[in-house]
Design a protein around this ligand. Structure first.
Ligand code: PMP
Ligand code: GLN
Length: 379
């Protein structure tokens, strides 16, 4: 068999989680919460299963969930997405991102990707015959170099992938960034794939500025979201894609043959749970406390970092501590300290020598404190 993805193996998340399990290490590698979702939400799922909502959901998703998303997005951005024609429920953001890229990319098309990049974008581009073109940022970058972005655009550029709040750096885009993007996308007629899965995890009084809030962007954007991060339900794999009608029509042509539809009872439960905005608006404060607790605890170890602006990840540089490369160090710390992390170099297309690890702080306070203590003993 000739491989479609010859350079791809098991993802770093699978690798590090496996290594963590093998060595009984604290897993601050793969991004998932240690705590459970709300009992109220669990009860709702049980209720809808008992009520018999157990057959195929509509292809585009349960309508009450699409309506709830439309209301939530309208309240946050002033943009009205039509539940019937512009909102599709997907199997996690992963499916939304894949289908959006598949909808847009024809063989030979170039797609701009900022790196470090979440690991699913590039394979999705390549499986559709596209060519990723990288705008490379330092793991501790402070601002996007828009001149560099412009220099990477060619007549073959079809789309650009963005992610804010950003995994793995924790950086958050400012209004000026979105305006720059809108200008460039308009000028070169680019589609935008916007990964906003951490929209509700944002710190120090910042606000998430969604592509949905900027009409010039929204008209050319596939906005991909996920309830996994927002409701501590990464295992449920419920996400969504918002896009104008013409784009959604094409998106659904692919979605219907990839999964057809998504787990039904959970969609009903999510729709009801979304009625109370407190269920997601309190998330930033919840995670900010964890970020601060973790950062205070690792302060004395000698890592250098800027506090994460959003997401549940903290990147740290260890260049003052050891010259070991990040893949070896992440492995060594898992085995010797009992704390797993993600080496940030894996989020780059070519091997880099950046000395940065990513820690996930979606964990109980005592787990975070224990991890910091263990790291301090070994590094
Ligand atoms: N995008 C980013 C930036 C992520 O971190 C993740 C997963 N954690 C996803 C997409 C995928 O989301 P889902 O689990 O809903 O497929
Ligand atoms: N998004 C999660 C992370 O960045 C992991 C998702 C996965 O395991 N594929 O850690």
């Amino acid at each position: 068999l000739r491989s479609k993805l010859p350079c791809v193996g098991a993802t770093i998340f699978t690798k590090m989680s496996r290594l963590a399990e093998e060595h009984r290490a604290i897993n601050l590698a793969q991004g998932f919460p240690e705590f459970d979702c709300a009992p109220e939400l669990q009860k709702l799922v049980g209720k809808y299963i008992a009520e018999g909502k157990n057959q195929y959901a509509p292809m585009a998703g349960v309508i009450s969930l699409r309506e709830a998303i439309a209301q939530k997005v309208f309240a946050a951005t002033g943009n009205e997405y039509h539940p019937e024609t512009e909102i599709t429920i997907t199997s996690g953001a992963t499916e939304a991102l894949y289908v959006a890229l598949s909808t847009v990319v024809h063989p030979g098309d170039e797609v701009i990707v900022f790196e470090p990049a979440y690991d699913s974008y590039v394979p999705a581009i390549e499986l559709n015959g596209g060519i990723p073109v990288f705008v490379t940022l330092h793991p501790q970058y402070e601002a996007i170099d828009w001149q560099d972005v412009k220099s990477k655009i060619s007549p073959n550029t079809k789309a650009i992938v963005i992610n804010t709040p950003h995994n793995p750096t924790g950086n958050v885009w400012k209004l000026a960034d979105l305006q720059q993007l809108a200008d460039i996308a308009e000028k070169h007629d680019l589609m935008v794939i916007s990964d906003e899965v951490y929209e509700h995890i944002i710190f120090d009084g910042r606000a998430h500025i969604s592509t949905a809030s900027i009409p010039a962007l929204a008209e050319r954007t596939f906005l991909c979201g996920s309830f996994g991060k927002t409701f501590h339900t990464t295992g449920w794999k419920i996400g969504y894609c918002l896009a104008p009608k013409a784009l959604t029509t094409e998106f659904r042509k692919i979605h219907q043959f990839l999964v057809f539809s998504v787990v039904a009872p959970i969609q009903f439960a999510m729709a009801e749970y979304l009625e109370n905005p407190e269920h997601y608006l309190s998330l930033s404060a919840f995670y900010q406390q964890k970020r601060d607790l973790f950062n205070d605890a690792i302060q004395g170890i000698g890592f250098t970092f800027r506090p994460s602006e959003g997401s549940f990840f903290q990147n740290v540089s260890y260049e003052n501590l050891t010259q070991q490369n990040d893949r070896e160090l992440a492995e060594r710390l898992t085995i010797e300290a009992g704390v797993a992390s993600i080496p940030v170099s894996v989020f780059y297309n070519e091997l880099t020598s950046y000395k940065t690890l990513r820690f996930c702080f979606a964990k109980n306070d005592d787990t975070l404190l224990r991890a910091a203590e263990l790291l301090g003993k070994v590094i």
